[in-house]
Design a protein around this ligand. Structure first.
Ligand SMILES: C[S@@+](CC[C@H](N)C(=O)[O-])C[C@H]1O[C@@H](n2cnc3c(N)ncnc32)[C@H](O)[C@@H]1O
Length: 252
């Protein structure tokens, strides 16, 4: 409880500053601030944890990253990450916005398998960022998060997205753990806010989980907001990811 309370306080303490930096497109400064808090969180809370506790914390925050209990299958994890990141849709030199940095799996896929000029990634948890940057279970994910064109924003994307003053070519929406457990992030309003910072002709990939009711709801919302939607599924689970293309400006 203390840990959670401290994390909330750390994020709240930078609220105004972070929103101003985003409004002014000062991603370098937002990134620097976010990494400082992540470092402090690492020193105070994450460093003393053993490996098992680190895994537990990752699972708690992210809902799991497509590996199975007791089987850290990195192949499956990256395969599923590639369906979520949808790197084929990222134009050469394009700008990418990500909701849900997690431990950097989808960042790795997007910047290694495509060639964006800017990758802005938002996460509300200083704990997951502390692990991702300083104690990552996959070194390739950690390295990708330290690349120069990757800008981390430690903040609540529900507020941050509205402050963004820049248009993106591609959005990766992997804010979890899943729609049922984090409904606000998948609401009409939230998806509308994201679609406002997506260029016409741009693309958005949304992790839609395995709950049929939520899948239908997200699909309907995207279509009503001017998206053409296709679904992709994980190879051995009913989990869906929507790949959506913004075709017109008729937004709700
Ligand atoms: C499934 S994980 C992301 C996994 C990551 N894309 C990867 O592949 O490593 C979901 C993440 O969304 C973050 N999250 C949840 N609600 C959020 C919010 N309102 N704003 C920003 N991030 C949020 C969680 O802290 C968590 O790290």
């Amino acid at each position: 409880m203390t840990k959670l309370w401290e994390a909330r306080r750390a994020v709240e303490s930078i609220e105004e500053e972070m929103l101003n930096l985003l409004r002014r497109r000062q991603f370098d400064a937002a990134d620097e601030k976010s990494r400082l808090i992540a470092k402090d969180t690492y020193e105070r809370f994450v460093k003393p944890l053993n490996d098992c506790e680190v895994f537990q914390l990752i699972d708690e925050i992210t809902g799991g990253l497509a590996y199975r209990k007791g089987d850290f299958n990195i192949m499956r994890m990256v395969y599923c990450g590639s369906i979520i990141a949808w790197p084929e849709a990222i134009p050469d030199g394009g700008r990418v916005l990500e909701i849900g940095t997690g431990i950097g799996r989808t960042c790795y896929v997007a910047i290694e398998w495509a060639n964006p000029s800017l990758f802005v990634t938002i996460d509300v948890s200083p704990f997951v960022l502390a692990i991702a940057l300083f104690r990552n279970t996959v070194s390739a994910y950690r390295e990708s998060l330290w690349r120069k064109h990757v800008k981390i924003v430690l903040y609540d994307s529900l507020k941050a997205a509205d402050a963004l003053n820049l248009m993106f070519d591609h959005i990766i929406h992997d804010g979890g753990p899943n729609p049922r457990r984090n409904p606000a992030l998948y609401s009409r309003e939230s998806l509308y806010t994201l679609s406002k910072v997506l260029k016409l002709g741009g693309s958005m990939s949304i992790f839609a989980g395995r709950d049929r009711k939520w899948q239908n709801e997200i699909d309907r919302t995207l279509k009503s907001q001017g998206f053409e939607v296709k679904s992709a599924s994980f190879p051995d689970a009913p989990t869906l990811v929507f790949h959506a293309a913004k075709k017109n400006r008729v937004l709700e």
